[in-house]
Each structure stands twice: as structure tokens, then as C-alpha cells.
Design a protein around this ligand. Structure first.
Ligand SMILES: [Zn+2]
Length: 176
């Protein structure tokens, strides 16, 4: 990965993130995400536009991202230069794997996996942040465990902004 990459949408810079700040920022972002899921309630599964995921779909996605990246980090801590499994984000939605998800359940799951991810990342043996692996066979770039932690953080913060925007669009009398 180029070290000067930044997200075109939210401006996140992977290279500007240090390992010690990742757990705290992930917890802050997922706590806010859980708040949006719970306050959206019945409207959490509404899409404000056909091409835009619902708050609930974003919640399920971030939950699965944290599960997936945690596994890749553990594998890369054990094996030399493994290739992580791709998440196939759109296929999960298209095949209906999130259709039974409900806001309160996803909120609880997101909170739990966030805690678990943060604990795992904070438990990394000294120096393991620089171990390298191939993030995914779909985008076969070699990254470090630190980059993967930053990517997990990016997913949480980037999609928190998405669901906050969704909430604005869906709330009566707001954002109109
Ligand atoms: Zn972003």
C-alpha cells in the first residue's frame, strides 16, 4: 500500500494512525454507531436511496469487517505473509445474509466484536504491528498489521459518517 493513501470520501489517512490510538478510536466510533442503530429503531432498515445501504446494512457490514480483519491479524501474527480472506461485502447483502438482522441484535453484536477487536489489537506482542501479509486475494496488496488495524478503524469511522447521514435523511423534520 502506498503510504500516502487517503480516503477520497472521508479523508482518512492510514499512514497517520499510530497503533496506540486505534483501540480508543474504534471504541468511540462503534459506541456512536450503536447509538445511531438504536435511535433509528424501525427506520434502521430503510434505504434513503436504492444505491445506498441502510443503517442496519452498514451496521452488519462493520460488524463483519471487524470479525474479518481480526482473523486476518491473528493469522498474520502466526504465519509469515499469509493472504487474508476477502469479505465480499456486496455479495453478503445481495445473497440476503443480513436479511434476518435486527437493529438491537446488530447493536449488541457490533459492541461485542468492537470490544473483542480492541482487546486483540491491544494484546499484540511487541513489534507485531510491522508483520506483513497480503490483505486479500481480491486486492492483493501487501500490508502490515498496523495498516490492517488502521483499516478497521477507517471502516468504523467512515461508515459512522454514512449512518449519521442516513439518520439525518430519514428523520422527520431533519435534513430537509
Ligand atoms: Zn473513508
Amino acid at each position: 500500500m502506498a503510504t500516502d493513501d487517503s480516503c477520497e470520501t472521508c479523508g482518512f489517512q492510514w499512514d497517520a494512525v499510530s497503533a496506540p490510538e486505534i483501540p480508543r478510536r474504534i471504541k468511540t466510533a462503534t459506541d456512536s454507531f450503536v447509538d445511531v442503530l438504536l435511535k433509528a429503531g424501525p427506520s434502521a432498515d430503510k434505504r434513503s436511496a436504492p444505491e445506498r445501504w441502510s443503517i442496519l446494512e452498514y451496521g452488519s457490514h462493520v460488524r463483519d469487517v471487524l470479525i474479518s480483519i481480526r482473523e486476518r491479524i491473528i493469522t498474520a501474527s502466526i504465519l509469515d505473509e499469509p493472504t487474508g480472506a476477502a469479505i465480499h461485502r456486496d455479495e453478503r447483502v445481495a445473497l440476503g445474509f443480513y436479511r434476518l438482522d435486527a437493529p438491537a441484535e446488530v447493536a449488541g453484536e457490533l459492541s461485542a466484536i468492537s470490544n473483542l477487536f480492541v482487546r486483540t489489537f491491544a494484546s499484540l506482542p511487541t513489534g507485531f504491528e510491522s508483520r506483513e501479509f497480503y490483505f486479500s486475494p481480491v486486492t492483493p496488496a501487501k500490508v502490515t498489521i498496523l495498516w490492517a488495524g488502521a483499516q478497521a478503524l477507517h471502516e468504523c469511522e467512515h461508515h459512522l459518517a454514512d449512518v449519521e447521514e442516513n439518520f439525518e435523511r430519514l428523520s422527520p423534520g431533519r435534513g430537509r
